[in-house]
Design a protein around this ligand. Structure first.
Ligand code: GLC
Length: 646
């Protein structure tokens, strides 16, 4: 049993009469349950005896942080524990959005609760809302504070009002904890720039290039085109500062236990505004070591677990999402391994599925998708994925080279093909995307562009090609229908429900024009929303299609994530076939055709799985039953079926 399950048990025992239970008693129980692991992790990370006193500090810090949590949130924690693994439920459907781009400010988000409800959204990821540098700030991922709300979004009071309203409406909230770095305007950074040795020790700073060069020998670059290298020289202090992301994002030095203690306080202050899910930003980068790529290191995993186990004692309802956009076999480790299994993050982005879906669209084949998924280890039981098609970032080609080679393709050429297909390198491709951080010498690169533009809608509309428009619409619905039925929380990127195209206005903004991820960060189109009644427009078809699929998803208990996804072989390289199976031989079979031609599947496959009875099939999405006229079942281009088991 992992720690969450243990807490749930303890909480359930006492929940019968919540009013009578002292929250202090529950806190003491949680500390007792977690302390052995906390201690082990702490002493492994900070083994030097000179750090012993910091463990005592931590033990004193936990109860004082618990004091800062409001009674309402303490009760909310217990209610969440009582709900069990609520994050695995089929009822979960999320949306990710920029507050200002969506509807001006936090009050504007509150006003749009009816919109979320109409679509069926009950989980929101609000992009960073705290203070940030005025100029470039990586969309708020350069933080000047972990708690002070930036004025353009409103006030702390507005945030508390919003979170309370969301709770009343059963909408869960996710906010980012930018745990790897602060901005260079953060109070610690400012003090470090004034020469404070204490605060210089909160970051990685070096008087000359000796250590930076040693690091650089094996450190990859995150933003090679705009922010090459991993260190920035600051003449004010004649020091090289580690800046793995942008020059103004300073990496925190977690080898210093004081940094951990202070960041834990920041984390608690942040969740105390009413956060249910903490998005642990860029967590793969948390620990640095010369001679390695300083990503996914065992110490990073220990540190994340340490944060989590400590937070569990204070805010046990809050869960963690791993933002680790790394190789498939590395992502899974963020759920925890060994004695940390299930005790690290409950949720992780399914970046592999996302990249593989885009790969399948470009190749029109599902070979790599199937091969990779089949070879992926099963995640721990208490965990789940965030399944997504697009987000605010670029699409990284996180594909396993070994599998690409095993399919007989050259990995380097394959990646070149994908970049060309999506980034206007091939005349015949319907996609309109852009290369991001492309390095012509290595061929490395990522892709930006909105879901609709990458799937061909922008070009089709420009060229007024009705057939191509229809095709793009089908693809958008098919990909979303997959994330809505695959195990995990589907997260829709705001705007994609309206088939929003690329937004080129960022080119007019000096602080954005060098970062083309802004092409897929559009303002929400409320004029389009006002015209949704006009059912023939692409936006209306997509919105209504998603709304329909979401409402169906919520009715299908088997869509709750209990590790019940089974992949099947459709014996056709263009088809993706998987089943959500129940314990009582019940199930739903999902079938998607990635090709632009009709494809067939041998009906004996469907018969043997139990989905054809008396010669007929039943599709849940269209609620149509149809008899088979031959031994083959035809699947139309980009068609998606959710087949019911008779
Ligand atoms: C995450 C965010 C990305 C940001 C980076 C640095 O990957 O998703 O937008 O640039 O972290 O904070």
């Amino acid at each position: 049993m992992n720690q969450t399950a243990l807490h749930r048990k303890l909480a359930l025992k006492d929940l019968k009469d919540l009013k009578k239970v002292s929250s202090k008693k529950l806190f003491d129980l949680r500390v007792a349950a977690n302390l052995p692991l906390i201690k082990e992790l702490f002493y492994t990370l900070y083994s030097d005896p000179k750090y012993n006193r910091y463990f005592n500090e931590l033990q004193e810090l936990l109860p004082s942080l618990f004091q800062t949590r409001s009674d309402e949130l303490k009760m909310h924690d217990l209610q969440l524990l009582k709900k069990g693994n609520w994050y695995q439920s089929e009822k979960m459907v999320g949306m990710q959005l920029y507050v200002d781009l969506f509807n001006k400010n936090l009050k504007g988000i509150e006003e749009k609760i009816p919109y979320f409800k109409e679509l069926g959204i009950n989980f929101l990821h609000l992009m960073p809302i705290t203070t940030r540098p005025k100029g470039e700030n990586d969309g708020g991922y350069a933080v000047n504070s972990y708690t002070a709300v930036d004025r353009k979004f409103g006030s702390k009071k507005d945030l508390l009002a919003l979170t309370s309203k969301l709770r009343k409406n059963d909408i869960y909230l996710m906010l980012d904890f930018v745990v790897n770095h602060t901005s260079d305007e953060y109070p610690w950074a400012k003090k470090a720039l004034k020469g404070s040795e204490k605060y210089q020790g909160y970051y990685y700073m070096f008087p000359d290039r000796t250590i930076p060069d040693a690091f650089e020998a094996s450190l990859p670059e995150v933003f090679p085109a705009t922010s090459p290298g991993n260190f920035t020289y600051r003449k004010e202090i004649d020091r090289w500062v580690m800046t793995v992301f942008n020059t103004y994002q300073w990496d925190l030095n977690y080898a210093n236990p004081k940094v951990f203690l202070e960041m834990l306080s920041n984390l608690v202050a942040m969740v105390n505004s009413g956060v249910d899910v903490v998005r642990f930003d860029a967590l793969a980068f948390l620990w640095k070591k010369i001679g390695t790529n300083s990503q996914n290191l065992p110490e990073a995993h220990m540190l994340i677990t340490l944060f989590r186990m400590c937070l569990q004692t204070i805010a046990p309802g809050v869960i963690f999402l791993a933002e680790a956009i790394v190789a498939p076999k590395e992502i899974i480790k963020y759920f925890g391994e060994g004695n940390r299994k299930g005790n690290e993050c409950e949720v992780a982005y399914n970046a592999s599925l996302m990249a593989l879906l885009w790969n399948s669209i470009a190749t029109k084949k599902t070979l790599l998708l199937n091969k990779t998924l089949r070879n992926s280890p099963e995640k721990p039981e208490e965990t789940t994925w965030i399944n997504y098609v697009r987000c605010h970032d670029d699409i990284g080609l996180g594909l396993e080279d070994q599998y690409i080679s095993e399919l007989g393709w050259n990995p380097w050429l394959h990646r070149m093909f994908l970049l060309d297909y999506y980034c206007q390198g091939l005349d015949w491709s319907p996609a309109k995307g852009f290369k991001f951080m492309h390095n012509p010498s290595t061929g490395d690169g990522r892709i930006t562009g909105s879901c609709a533009s990458l799937l061909g809608l922008e070009k089709a509309m420009q060229n007024q090609q009705k057939e191509a428009v229809d095709k793009a619409i089908k693809k958008i619905l098919m990909l979303h229908g997959i994330i809505l039925s695959f195990g995990g929380i589907p997260l829709i990127y705001a705007g994609d429900e309206l088939a929003t195209l690329n937004d080129y206005s960022y080119l007019n903004d000096d602080h954005k024009k060098n970062d083309n991820r802004w092409v897929n960060r559009p303002s929400h189109q409320w004029e389009t929303v006002a015209q949704l009644k006009d059912g023939d427009r692409p936006a209306s078809i997509i919105f209504n299609g998603l709304k329909h699929m979401i409402s169906l998803r919520k009715k299908i208990k088997l869509f709750s994530d209990t590790n019940n996804v089974v992949l099947h072989d459709a014996h056709n390289p263009h088809l993706f076939l998987y089943e959500r199976i129940g314990k009582k031989k019940d199930g739903v079979l999902i079938l998607a055709n990635f090709d632009e031609h009709p494809q067939i599947i041998d009906s004996s496959v469907l018969v043997s799985l139990g989905y054809i009875k008396e010669g007929a099939l039943h599709d849940i999405l269209t609620n149509k039953k149809w008899p088979l006229s031959s031994g083959l079942v035809e699947v139309q281009p980009f068609q998606l079926l959710w087949l019911a088991k008779p």
